[in-house]
Design a protein around this ligand. Structure first.
Ligand SMILES: C[S@@+](CC[C@H](N)C(=O)[O-])C[C@H]1O[C@@H](n2cnc3c(N)ncnc32)[C@H](O)[C@@H]1O
Length: 259
């Protein structure tokens, strides 16, 4: 790491960072991970509430629905990378009817503590860049709303590929800015100003408000969907698809060749 802000599209840089250094929050790339860990640790107790607020209660059912639509079926072994408080893992356990078939992983101890309050699946502390699992172990892997927090998309996607069985599937859920300028203006006002304020008022927590501010800034500065699709392909995934729901909810799908 050079510690310098960089252009995520810089062809001379072999790394694929999801967004440049955000100097409002930290000075250099090496400070990103400790900042993000502390951010989620500190706001973990408010995460589910704030998420429900932002999605008007649709967050949980949407996650479960997206897993089903993307091919999660009974009998599969499932890994929820960046499980957070476990919303995706919970949806998967309901689809698979078997909590033992689901594993959740997250670097934040605070988020995992919250997850343990409601989830009966194995939870592991770790990062997507170094998954503590054997090659070819899972049939299906999902990473929800964490792509903006990884250090390098290529490293993350290659690790996902490694732990999947041949024919296994990755589903990346992410927020994408609407294409229309009007849609972008609306979401900017909502995510940048309205949601952080409502969060502060309803939780009384400056840390939860900071989480929502950072949420917007990472979305606004995130690389384009085309870049994410390109890195999925160059990481070795085939059968790549990208669906956008409601102009905002992106679902990236890739399949490990050889199944
Ligand atoms: C916005 S939350 C999403 C939680 C959950 N997937 C959901 O759908 O609600 C992002 C999560 O990504 C985790 N995270 C951040 N950096 C990560 C990394 N390098 N590898 C894996 N998870 C990471 C954070 O700790 C946090 O729990």
């Amino acid at each position: 790491m050079t510690g310098e802000a960089r252009d995520p599209y810089d062809a001379a840089d072999s790394r694929a960072v999801p967004h440049p250094v955000l100097k409002k929050y930290y000075e250099r790339e090496s400070e990103r991970r400790p900042f993000v860990n502390a951010l989620f640790d500190n706001a973990a107790e408010h995460y589910d509430f704030v998420c429900g607020l932002g999605s008007l209660g649709s967050g949980r059912p949407y996650r479960r629905w997206a897993l089903q639509q993307s091919g999660l079926r009974v009998g599969m072994k499932f890994l929820d990378v960046a499980t957070g408080t476990g919303m995706i893992a919970q949806g998967a356990a309901r689809i698979l009817h078997k909590p033992g078939a689901v594993v959740g992983l997250d670097p934040s101890g605070g988020m995992l503590r919250e997850a343990r309050k409601t989830l009966a699946v194995p939870l592991v502390q770790g990062t997507v860049e170094e998954l503590p699992f054997a090659d070819g172990h899972f049939d299906f892997l999902c990473m929800g709303y964490a792509l903006r927090h990884v250090a390098d998309l290529g490293v993350a996607f290659r690790e996902c590929l490694r732990v999947l069985k041949p024919g296994g599937r990755v589903l990346i859920l992410e927020i994408t800015l609407p294409r229309s300028p009007l849609g972008q203006r609306f979401f900017r006002v909502y995510f940048e100003s309205v949601l952080p304020r409502i969060t502060r008022l309803s939780t009384g927590s400056a840390k939860a408000e900071l989480l929502m501010k950072y949420y917007w800034d990472t979305i606004a500065n995130c690389v384009a969907a085309e870049t994410i699709l390109g890195v999925l392909k160059s990481s070795g995934f085939g059968g790549i698809e990208h669906r956008v729901r409601g102009g905002l909810l992106s679902e990236y799908i890739g399949v490990k060749p050889g199944g």
